[in-house]
Design a protein around this ligand. Sequence first.
Ligand SMILES: N[C@@H](CCC(=O)N[C@@H](CS)C(=O)NCC(=O)O)C(=O)O
Length: 205
Amino acid sequence: MTSYKLSYFDIDGGRAEHVRIAFHAAGMEFEDHRIDFPQFAELRSKTRFNAVPVLEIDGAQVTQSNAMSRFIAKQANLYPVDDLQALYCDEVLGAMEDLTWHVTKSFGLEGDTLKSAREELLAGPATTFFRGLDELLTRGGGTYFVNDQLSIADIKVYIQVTWFSNGSLDHIPTDFIDNLAPRLMEHHQRIENEDIVKAYYASRA
Ligand SMILES: N[C@@H](CCC(=O)N[C@@H](CS)C(=O)NCC(=O)O)C(=O)O
């Protein structure tokens, strides 16, 4: 049997969470290798691009969280078969990766410098990306992002919206998305109640 080992920080979010949910939805066994920062310092130089997550498939390392999630999502019927719908799904995944990059630029900052960086994030990239997502939700049919059915794109957006609305990012008001694009919060609630998502978090409880 093929072995899968996914290494990432011990948080229920970030760049590996949609991969973990896809593994669970596909019913595929994997080692959920959760690391702390000292372990990351040691692992970093052993990863191909000095970053996590990394997925080892029978010991061979693969990087890039969205590529991993697509691979597993196909096994879980969470990735479109149709090429155009697959393109739409990839667009959402890529946009979320870009937004993450904008957020991480403010990591490590403190005090007023952090506050101004987060204000710039809100006024700039966060506004642009969440407005853009709202348009993509319309394109997908208004309920899901792609083809009127649940896909890995919905799960990725769900994780990002959680990150922006649960108070974990300093100086990001928890009602920011609700004020900017309320349909994204409705979508968030809908995805939270999907069997696949509920079953994953029940398995973590
Ligand atoms: N495009 C990559 C980005 C990976 C990435 O930047 N991961 C962060 C953690 S979420 C990291 O390991 N950063 C380490 C560093 O920059 O030193 C992916 O999606 O997997």
